[in-house]
Structures are given as structure tokens and as C-alpha cells.
Ligand binder design. Structure first.
Ligand code: NDP
Length: 486
């Protein structure tokens, strides 16, 4: 067979849908306070929607200020006993939660995909295993806390309020809860309005693990619920992940108070490809960097910086690879790019993409058949982008990559740092010394070399500049949940 004939074979995938028959969801979920689900004080419930079908999945309580007060009271009364528990006993609860997440992993993955639109392959292989790994990892720290803080004597902070976004709902809940609990704090978690379900299943897991009532409360609701939690003056610390705009509002609200704060905000991360990189490998990393989770990733490699000498080659390879991405039903195990999380997020992406075109960048979007219902945006590549274009400056939070070029290493560093954000970066090069030199010159909390979007509970994650402050993961992730006594 000639090469031409061989390469013209079209391999079609048969549908490979995951079943949802095995999941047991209630029709309604209340707020989870003092170890039990209860109706929200307002009595209000709102449906949570599957963004791939626009069908309601379940009704979820709209927690309000009175529920915040009740959760804080329950947390306050649970705190002394939890903080005084022997370290190893506390660890046991975290190990139990980790094991239960593993046991219910298939169900959690399906619910995460239904509620948020991400491909099942990602919720099954990334979100849920990493969530369990975070609980395992911090369970191991519970009796070694002083070694995480330079052998100083430490104590927990008390009641912590934690607000998480919709892009990695269970994983972000695990990033927040596991270190807080391991350090002896009690926590009130506010999941995002569009993706509350796995946090509510985690509440069930806390019950199954026999976690003492009040140690974890889950308060579904909207932005107002989050704002009420932030302004509750009996909370010792707020940990927030989300947009820079809301982060700014929270910081202003807490200025001058005794409440500690850590913020994990947005990003516009540079993925830098040098001419000496293994280009095929780099293209895989670019695809993973921006199309993983539909680009709904705070550290997404959304600014692609390519050395001019390999610009054409990289773009050609990338465009070809993008054409192979399978966009559609997130429940299909072959899907690479699922649904956009909400109608609002789709609108934001469309607005910024239109701005890119208006400002003169060249847009290419892959051709693919999109489902008739649901929220979709096909993978998109912008070239002829100038550093001042909105698509090079603002976080799009969608499957859209903007290509910029550079000539020298110094120019790559300057361009990568030319952002108000400083969350992450990628470096693709064959030269180890160059990678280290560039990494140390970058203003980014996380720098990946010859890989991208690689997460591990043992590694710290967090930003500089408008990407926030404080670290999550690794020993550094203990520090924001501890007071150093001496
Ligand atoms: P938000 O920052 O609004 O939401 C994050 C979390 O904060 C959610 O739980 C949200 O609740 C809650 N929240 C909203 N308003 C307040 C408030 N005033 N006080 C306290 N908590 C609040 O993100 P969006 O969902 O609106 O997304 C907007 C943009 O933010 C995205 O396009 C993206 O650019 C960026 N983003 C960045 C993330 C990151 O990981 N860095 C994650 C998510 C978004 P609710 O969902 O119920 O409104």
C-alpha cells in the first residue's frame, strides 16, 4: 500500500458512552450543616443543569445568610474537639474520606461530567483520582505538621470559609478541605452555583466516614452566598479560588479585619516553545495546555509563544493535531473536548473571540459537528496576535489559544512576563540549562518543563501578581492553615 493510500484511511470511532444507570442522585439536595442535610432557611431550591443537554439534573438549595450563620455556629462548636483530637485520629478520617472517594469514583466521575460538561475521560482519570490523592497526601501530614513548617510549633486557625469555582468542582473542594482538616481546622465550603453536585456527594462521604458533625459544612448557593460567607465576622480564614474580579472584592471586604486570606485567581499563562524543542511532543503539550477541560483551567497555556524560526512548522503541526480533537458528548469516553460549563461562560468566550477578530488577529476554528443542544465552542487558534490584543491579555477561560512569537530567549522571557497575571508557564526546549535559566526568570508560580498541566498533591500551586497569593499542595499548602506558635 502506498503511503498516500495508507494515510487516507479514515478511522471512525464507534460511540463509547459511559452509563449513568449506576448513579444514585436525589431529586433535591439541601444545605449540609452540622452533619446533616437540611432545607435552606429561605426554602429556595434551584435546578442544576447539564450543560451538554441543558436538562436539569437535580434541585439544589440556594444557601443564604441565615444558613451561613448556622454553618458557622455548627463549625464553632465542632472546632475545639476536632482541634484537640490526636493527630493520628484526625488522619484516620482523612484516609477514610480518600478511600470512600476511590470507592465511589465511577459515580463521582459521571456526576462531575454531567454537572460540569467536562469529558468523562478527564473526570475519571484526572479530577477524581487527584481528589482522592489530596486527601491521602494530607492525611499523611496530620501527625507531622511541625515538619512542614520548619520544625516550629503550630496550631490550627479555627473556622475556615472556602469558596471554589466550577472548573474542577470536586478537585478544588479536595485542595481546600484536605489541608484545612489535616491541620485541625473546621471548614465551610461554598461550591459554585453551576456545579454543586460532587461537593454534595462529598458531604455524603463525610457522613459515611463518620466525620464529627460541624467539621465540614457544604453551603451550595450563588455569589451572594459566597459574599455572605466572606463577610461573616466569626470566620478565621477565607480561601478563595476564582476570578480576579471577585478575588479583589473579597480582599477589599477583608482589609483591616482579622480574617486571613489566600487567593488563587486567574491566569494568562505563557507556553514557550523554543526552536530546539521536540516539536511533536511540544504540540501534544500545547493541546493539553489549552484544550484540557475546554480551556476552563486557571493555568491554561493560553498564550502560546513560539520562536520565530519554527513558527510555521509548529502552527502547521498544531492545526493538524487540532483537527483530530473530538468535540461533543462529554459522556463519550472518546471525547477530547466537552461542553462549555454554562451559557454565561459561552457568551464570555464568544465576546472575547469576537474582540480578537475585530482587533485584526486571524482566527481558525476546527470544523466539527456540534450537538444541537447544550453549550459548545470548537477549538480555536488565533495567529497574527499582538501583545496588546484583548485575546493576548485577558483570560478567555475557553478552548482558544493565541499565538505570539519571539526571536531570542530574552524576548521570550520579556513577553511571557508581560502580563498582569503570574500563575503558570511552560517551557519546551531540549536544553536543561536553558529551561532552568528561563524558569528562574519567569514570574510564574508554577513552571512546567517539556510538559504542561501536570498536577500532583505533593507540589505547590499558586500565583504571583493578579493571580493571587498563598500556595495549595505540598508542604507549602499547610502553611495557610496553621498559626506558628513558637
Ligand atoms: P467567580 O470568581 O465569580 O466564581 C468563583 C466562586 O466564587 C464561585 O463559587 C462563585 O459563586 C463565588 N462568588 C461569586 N461572587 C462572589 C462574591 N462576591 N463573593 C464571594 N464569592 C463569590 O467566577 P465565575 O464563575 O463568574 O467565572 C468568571 C471568570 O473567572 C471566568 O471566565 C474565568 O476567567 C475566571 N475563573 C477563574 C478560575 C480560576 O480557577 N482561576 C475559576 C473560575 C473562573 P457562584 O458560582 O455561585 O456565582
Amino acid at each position: 500500500m502506498s503511503t498516500e493510500t495508507r494515510t487516507s484511511i479514515v478511522w471512525d470511532y464507534a460511540p463509547a458512552p459511559e452509563s449513568s444507570d449506576h448513579i444514585r442522585l436525589n431529586d433535591r439536595y439541601g444545605v449540609f450543616i452540622d452533619g446533616e442535610f437540611r432545607d435552606p432557611a429561605s426554602g429556595r431550591y434551584v435546578p442544576t443543569i447539564n450543560p451538554a443537554t441543558e436538562q436539569p439534573i437535580a434541585e439544589v438549595a440556594d444557601g443564604g445568610p441565615d444558613d451561613v450563620i448556622a454553618a458557622v455556629e455548627a463549625a464553632r462548636s465542632a472546632y475545639p474537639k476536632w482541634a484537640a483530637l490526636k493527630d493520628l485520629e484526625r488522619a484516620k478520617y482523612l484516609f477514610r474520606i480518600a478511600r470512600l472517594i476511590q470507592e465511589r469514583s465511577r459515580e463521582l466521575a459521571v456526576v462531575e461530567t454531567m454537572d460540569g460538561g467536562k469529558p468523562l475521560r478527564e473526570s475519571r482519570d484526572v479530577d477524581i483520582p487527584l481528589a482522592a490523592a489530596h486527601f491521602f497526601y494530607y492525611a499523611g501530614w496530620a501527625d507531622k505538621l511541625r515538619y512542614g513548617v520548619a520544625a516550629r510549633e503550630v496550631a490550627p486557625l479555627g473556622v475556615v470559609g472556602q469558596i471554589v469555582p466550577w472548573n474542577f468542582p470536586l478537585l478544588m473542594a479536595a485542595w481546600k478541605l484536605a489541608p484545612a482538616l489535616a491541620c485541625g481546622n473546621v471548614a465551610i465550603l461554598k461550591p459554585a452555583e453551576t456545579t454543586p453536585l460532587t461537593a454534595l456527594l462529598l458531604a455524603e462521604i463525610c457522613q459515611e466516614a463518620e466525620l464529627p458533625p460541624g467539621v465540614v459544612s457544604i453551603l451550595p448557593g450563588n455569589g451572594d452566598t459566597g459574599a455572605a460567607l466572606v463577610r461573616q465576622n466569626k470566620i478565621d480564614k477565607i480561601a478563595f479560588t476564582g476570578s480576579t474580579a471577585v478575588g479583589r472584592d473579597i480582599q477589599a471586604a477583608l482589609a483591616g479585619t482579622n480574617t486571613r486570606l489566600t487567593l488563587e485567581l486567574g491566569g494568562k499563562s505563557a507556553n514557550i516553545v523554543f526552536e530546539d524543542a521536540a516539536l511533536d511532543q511540544a504540540v501534544e503539550g500545547i493541546v493539553n495546555g489549552i484544550f484540557f477541560n475546554q480551556g476552563h483551567v486557571c493555568c491554561a497555556g493560553s498564550r502560546l509563544l513560539i520562536q520565530e524560526s519554527v513558527r510555521e512548522e509548529v502552527i502547521a503541526k498544531l492545526w493538524r493535531r487540532m483537527g483530530l480533537l473530538r468535540v461533543g458528548d462529554p459522556m463519550d469516553k472518546n471525547t477530547d473536548v466537552g461542553a462549555i460549563n454554562s451559557a454565561e461562560q459561552l457568551e464570555r468566550i464568544e465576546t472575547l473571540v469576537a474582540a480578537g477578530e475585530d482587533e485584526g488577529a486571524s482566527r481558525r476554528t476546527i470544523e466539527c459537528e456540534l450537538p444541537a443542544r447544550g453549550y459548545w465552542f470548537a477549538p480555536t487558534l488565533f495567529t497574527d496576535v499582538s501583545p496588546a490584543h484583548r485575546i493576548a491579555v485577558e483570560e478567555i477561560f475557553g478552548p482558544v489559544v493565541s499565538v505570539l512569537t519571539f526571536r531570542t530567549q530574552a524576548e521570550a522571557i520579556e513577553r511571557a512576563n508581560n502580563s498582569r497575571y503570574g500563575l503558570a508557564a511552560g517551557i519546551w526546549t531540549d536544553k536543561g540549562a536553558k529551561a532552568f535559566e528561563v524558569a528562574s526568570a519567569l514570574n510564574a508560580g508554577v513552571v512546567w518543563q517539556n510538559t504542561y498541566n501536570h498536577f500532583d498533591p505533593t507540589a505547590a500551586f499558586g500565583g504571583y501578581k493578579e493571580s493571587g497569593f498563598g500556595r495549595e499542595g505540598g508542604p507549602a499548602g499547610l502553611r495557610p492553615y496553621l498559626r506558628v506558635i513558637r
